[in-house]
Structure formats: structure tokens, C-alpha cells
Ligand binder design. Sequence first.
Ligand code: ADP
Ligand code: MG
Length: 692
Amino acid sequence: MLDGLFRPRAVGVIGASGNPFSIGHIVVKNLVNYGFVGPVFPINPKGGTIRSIQAYKSILDVPCDTIDLVNISIKNVYVPGVLEECGKKGVKFAIVHSAGFKEVGPEGVELERKMVETAHKHGIRIFGPNSQGIQNADPEVSVYANFTFVPQKPGNISIIAQGGGMGEMLKLHLHNVGLGHRMYCSYGNECDLTMPEILAYYGQDDGTRAIMMQTESFKDPRAFLEAAAAITPHKPILAIKAGRTAEGSKAVSSHTGALVDQVKMAEAMYRKAGVVPFTDTDEMIKAAIAMSTQNPPPGNRIGIITNTGGPGIQAVDESIGQGLELAKWSDEGKKRLQETQFAEASLGNPVDVVATANQDHYHAAISTLLAEKNTDMVMVFFVTAPFTDIDAIAVRIKEATEVSNKPVVVVVETYSENYRLIDQLRAANLPVYEFAEDGARALAAMTRYSVLRDRVREDLPDLKTDHAAAEAIIEGYRGKDSYLTQEDAFAVLSAYGIRSPRMAGFSTPRGLNGAADIAGFPCVLKIESADVVHKSDEGGVVLDIANLDELQKAYDGMAARFGTDEAFLLMEQAPKGRELIAGVAASEGLGSLVMFGLGGIFVEVMKDVAAAVAPLSLPEADELVRAIQGFEVLSGARGTEPVDLPALSEMLVRVSILAADFPEIVEMDLNPIFAYPSGQAPVAVDVRLKVQ
Ligand code: ADP
Ligand code: MG
């Protein structure tokens, strides 16, 4: 329970001073100016008064027994000592602003350890260090235990950010559009109290309707996954992950001392937990504003109303680009539009009510679309044409929207003289944007949340796998950090029901005929050597071998190239299918990830690969397949034959179960897999499998 942190009864500010530029001073000022409901106690060895409040020399001198929270901004080395006193005083949480801990090297690590040890001895939890602080704008507490500057005002979006600069940015932009926030924290080093604990607390807060988060690295991905997954079925989490590029992630690691490239991992975690990911801060804030005031849409069909053509087209383009569909009106809807709109209005989607439309035209158009069964959300575009009564329009838009559960966003094109219109609409709980694209993106993000929230959750399917057979092979490699031979790797796949062609390994010329009996013709000859990683690049794969003569020739060629001491693998040649890749990668703290993509240039050039956390249920595998950009290539785009998608999902589930059963599989590449039309399971024709 983090009530002591986010709803403290009294707050002590250790390191408060008269210097208006000091952290302690600013924290006192913020607590007082934003109306903290409890008492604030500045602590300063010199005593005196700070901002007209009596300061105490030690927290032990304060005549109050309900100091749940202290903010500490004294020099790092003094922190453990002060915590001893806080312990005696019964303090529950300490926000440590001071820097100079883990991020500065071994000495800092030791100091941090000592600080946490002291705190825990007294049952105190540490928030930070090197952190900004927390806020809770709930009027019941109104606590601003943070040294920053954005004015605090109640709202229903809670913010959790690793970096203070980013957290402030989120808060600032809510403020700039006249909105407040609920809880806020920027958590810094996470030496004790963790991000997932705070997230879980936000999740349980009734006043929080949407959560925005920013992270640079995940200290405990598994804990985050569990906390987030418990929240997203009832409230949205919107997330932005810093360091998506290799260059960016370098900046991250030098910034916080965490050393991981966690891009794919974050993507996989967000997918599993039902978190809505963003790459653009502005887009995330705008989506959060929509989610904090509107219900998620029941489907993806948008209705657009405009009084000017161009922005309507922008709205359509962006909506379609974001995966929304244009709603079609029922006969009844069409009739109502005809009855209520000008003759020159165009009544398709978008409905162009034309620039002379007044408040009643808007009201009728909005009410009509919101009542349409096949419309899941509405965007209203309004350019403040000089011949319209904008105040009356604001009132009628409010009246038309407040009776519906469907989400509405309003896009207003106007200039400063008319900004009261925007204020009126916001006061009516409507998200207001400047550009049609912003509105479309916000609605699309809400739709993505609806899909995540409502997705089918299933247990792992009960598939037959032979754990013992796989174990018997993997046992021989465990602890060696090496690749399995292809034959062994294929045998592991087969134990888990992942299909591959018939094959036989051999290591002397005499083995050739026996292998041919097993593989049959046409067949494929491959070199089997730990030193040859990309076999075909080095002439280690011969395809289309039709008979024994050709096989002998292929063998002679390879023997000349690699020597007769090498081992070889002879495989049945699988019929050409759609080339896919799947893989397993071990990730720190989260277990294994399953990767999936289209083979060839799709993966090499376009890097179109999606990741998911193992093990996968069938719906999760399905989602993974659909997550790649080139999904339509599999589902029969442009008259191509679709592949057997359920069979593909089952194969990915099998791969994921194998990965989860054997965490020592640190790397596995099935490249390529051939997928076939309906009725045929996919076949892995090449595998690389590394066991640690
Ligand atoms: P590498 O990736 O090490 O170069 P592969 O075993 O993947 O070698 O073989 C190269 C290519 O040959 C594959 O991408 C695939 O197109 C084809 N191929 C390999 N094995 C088979 C097989 N058994 N049946 C059909 N095609 C195959
Ligand atoms: Mg290959």
C-alpha cells in the first residue's frame, strides 16, 4: 500500500532552506502553494523559519507523529544518518532527491545499499534516489512533494515516468491545454520502491482513468508485465519507451546506468500486457486526453462531420491510414441527415454540413451519427466561419455528445480571439485538437486499446509435446554455450511437434546411399559444421538433387570444398512455400521471446519482425502473426493464396512452449519456415539452436 507516499498525513522536508533556488525550499513552496491538506515541516540544522513556517533542527524535534513522508535533498553521504532519525519518528516513505548513488559508480552503489539497508531496518521505503518526487492532485490530499514548476490541478490521468524531464513534459502539456492530472511520479534510480509497485497503485486508484508512462529501461520486466496486465482490462496504459534506435538506447544506458537494448522486449511486454505503445510523445498525450474523457469505441468505424472540405479529407486519410473504417449510414440515418441539413450539404462520410451550418445543423448531424448502429466514434471538425455563433455551437455540440457513450473528438480551426470555444468544449469533457490528423490518431489509439481490452484470453492449448525426448538431446549441450548440430536441433523441434523434412546425417562417403534412402529425391545436401554459419553463402547447400548421380556430384563438390572429414546432412526437399522466419531470444528478466516475420528481404531489409513473450496461447500467437507489417502477404493479398494461419499459429505456440520449457535455449532461428495453403502444416527447413 502506497498511501503513505501518495496520501501522506504530514510531510517533512529534510534539507529545506531559505535559499529559494534549493530543492528543499521549492518542495516546501509547492506543498504549501498547492494546498497540501496536512502540515509541512521544514527540517534544517539551523532551525529558524522557511517561507514563514517554523523549521526544526531534526525530525525528532517535530511535535507530530503522523509524518508519513519525507523529502530528502541533503548531500548523499548524510542520507543514511538522517534515515535513522526518520525511522525513530515512524516515517513510512522517503523521497530521495539527492544524486550521487548508483549512477556514479561503485562508491555510489555502496552508499545506495547502505541507505536502503537503514531504511528497511525501520520499515521505510525509499523512492528514488536521484528522483524528482511525487504528486497527487486529488483534492482530498493535494500533495505536491516535488521540486518542479508545472502548476497542479486535479485531473484523471496519472503519470509515471522514469526520467523527470519526460514526466514534466507530459504534465506540462496537459496543463497547457487546461487539463490537470491525478497522480504523478518520476522515479529515478528505483533502488527500493519499484515502478511496477507504483503502477499497481495507480491501477487501483478510482480517480485514475488513464495512465501515461515513460520508461528508459525495465528493472524488473516480469513484475511490470504482471502489474500492467492486471490493469489494462479496466483502464488504459499508454506507454512510450525511450531508446528505440541503437543510438538512442546508448543514450539511455549512459543516462541511467542500465545497460540493455530492450526495444523488442518492451514491444513484446506491451503486447502481452495489453499496453498501448506510442513512439511520439505528442500523440500519446493527445490519446490520453481522449481516453481520460471518452469511452473506448466498440469498433473501428468512424463518422466524420465537417464544415469545410479539405480537413475532412485529411481526417479520412489519416483515419484509414490508422486502420479505422469509414462508417456507412443506415437508410434512416440518411433520411434524418436529409431532413436536417442544407440542400447543398454533402451527406456521405464525411458529412459536410457546409460553412454556413449553424448550431442546429451541427447538433442534428452529431446526434444522427452517434445514434447510427454502424458508427463507433465521431470526429467533429469545426472551422469558426464568421457567420456562425460559436457559443451556441459549443452548447449544441455538448448537448449532442453528452447523451451518447460513444467517443467523440472535436477539431477546431480558429484563432486566439475565439479560444473560449475551445475552453467551453473542454469544459464539456470533450477532447479538442487543432488538426484533423490529431483527432484521427487519438480515436485510432482508443480503438487499439479497445481491441487489447476485449481480446480473447485463453490458457495455453493442450498440445502433445515430448519433453523427455527434447531433454535427452539438450542435456548433452547444457552448460556448453554452443550450437546443436542441425540434426539434433531438428530432433528437438520434432519432439515438440514442429515439422521438418525427412533427413539423415552422415559423415563418411559410404553413408551417402543410406542417407539417400531416408531423404528420397529430390533432396538437399547441407554441410553440418559449427564453423559454417551461413551455409549457402559458403557453398554449403545444394538444392534440387534429383537422383544418385547428382547426389554424388553434389557430395564431391562439397567434399572438395570442406574436406571429407566434415559431417553432412541430407534432407528431403520440401515443396516451395511462403518463406517465414521464427525465432527465440532469451531476454534478461522476462524469459524467452518468440520472434516472427516474413523471410528473405522482408526481414533483412525491412526488419519486419514482431516479438512476443513465451509461452503463447493460440490467440496470442495469432496476434503475433498479425503484428507484422507484411501480414497481408500471408492472408491472401492481391489474389495470392493465403497460408494456413491456424496451423502457423499452432507452430508458433509449439515454438513458444519449447522456449518456455527450456530457458537455456538462448537463441533459436528457424530460417526459413515454409508455410503452405490451408490443410498443410508449415515446415522448418533450417534451424540454428544455441543452448547455454
Ligand atoms: P543457410 O541459411 O545456412 O544458408 P539453409 O539451410 O537455410 O541455409 O538453406 C538455404 C535455402 O535453401 C533456404 O533458405 C531454403 O530456401 C532452401 N532450403 C534449404 N533446405 C531446404 C529443404 N529441405 N527443402 C527445400 N528448400 C530448402
Ligand atoms: Mg537458413
